[in-house]
Design a protein around this ligand. Structure first.
Ligand SMILES: Nc1ncnc2c1ncn2[C@@H]1O[C@H](COP(=O)(O)OP(=O)(O)OP(=O)(O)O)[C@@H](O)[C@H]1O
Ligand SMILES: [Mg+2]
Length: 255
């Protein structure tokens, strides 16, 4: 089982869209997927029409019940919560607040919910920035993906994100033990790339030079999560994902 978190310090870059479409791609290949919706706007939960607002992801931080819901074939979801902002605020300065998800997952991995035998991949859609829910997500991830878009200040954003990521890993590790066993691999994935424009072409050339570069997604309306207001079937999925297959496979096989 592998766990991925999709992060960014800028909003609206496509984290939720990538997590959502990646989950459907994996499901169409018969992978069993669990999505944990840490996005405070609950984008993915809303698309899956999963909005009961009870037993949400919030329970991981508040010790309330958390329910895993089946939302589509091969895809289960821990519903997001609009209350995460205030939950995070209350957790400031609380000891071990960055490792509550780690604790919850370890408890449920082999015992209670037997997550490790149920899922091949866990995908975490994080909220923008490095607040506690994102730090918790990083603490449990094998792979952390910084979703980045072609903008003029992109290099600066990438440098800041990598610095904050490294600091976060050190801080999380120290809070558990002196041993650093939180060791996610960090990658950058470009999104909303339109190679018709010179800006995008230069952006990709520069991105490819970086050691952290993994792949990129082109700009296409069909890639957004809005496309899926009504859940589509697997045949549509597989046609839709043709242009993105290489990118999904690169994410899947990232070391
Ligand atoms: N490759 C793409 N091509 C075209 N539009 C895209 C692409 N990826 C995302 N979008 C669009 O960009 C907008 C933001 O996407 P999304 O909500 O996934 O971003 P986010 O990073 O999760 O945002 P937030 O910070 O609010 O959580 C949406 O309207 C989505 O449809
Ligand atoms: Mg989002």
């Amino acid at each position: 089982m592998r766990t991925y978190s999709f992060i960014s310090i800028q909003g609206n870059v496509g984290k939720s869209s990538i997590v959502y479409n990646f989950s459907r791609y994996l499901a169409s290949k018969d992978y069993k997927v669990l999505i944990i919706d840490m996005d405070h706007q609950c984008s993915i939960s809303r698309v899956f029409k999963c909005d009961e607002k009870i037993n949400t992801v919030k329970g991981i931080f508040t010790n309330e019940k958390v329910k895993i819901k089946n939302v589509s074939e091969n895809i289960d979801l821990i519903e997001g919560s609009y209350d995460l902002d205030s939950v995070e605020y209350q957790m400031i300065n609380q000891p071990n607040s960055d490792t509550l998800l780690l604790r919850w997952l370890s408890t449920n991995m082999n015992k209670n919910l037997k997550l490790s035998s149920k899922y091949d991949v866990i995908l975490i859609d994080t909220n923008t920035g490095f607040e506690s829910s994102t730090r918790n997500s990083i603490a449990v991830s094998d792979i952390v993906i910084n979703v980045d878009v072609p903008i003029s200040d992109s290099k600066r954003f990438k440098d800041i994100t990598l610095k904050q990521f490294k600091e976060c890993v050190v801080e999380i590790s120290d809070s558990i033990s002196t041993k650093s066993y939180v060791k996610p691999k960090y990658y950058v994935v470009g999104n909303v790339v339109n190679l018709v424009f010179e800006d995008s072409r230069l952006y990709i050339e520069e991105l490819k030079e970086s050691d952290d570069y993994l792949t990129y997604f082109i700009e296409k309306n069909s890639f957004s999560i809005e496309k899926y207001q009504n859940n589509s079937n697997t045949k549509e999925d597989s046609d839709l994902f043709k242009p993105y297959r290489d990118s999904f496979e690169k994410i899947l096989s990232a070391k």
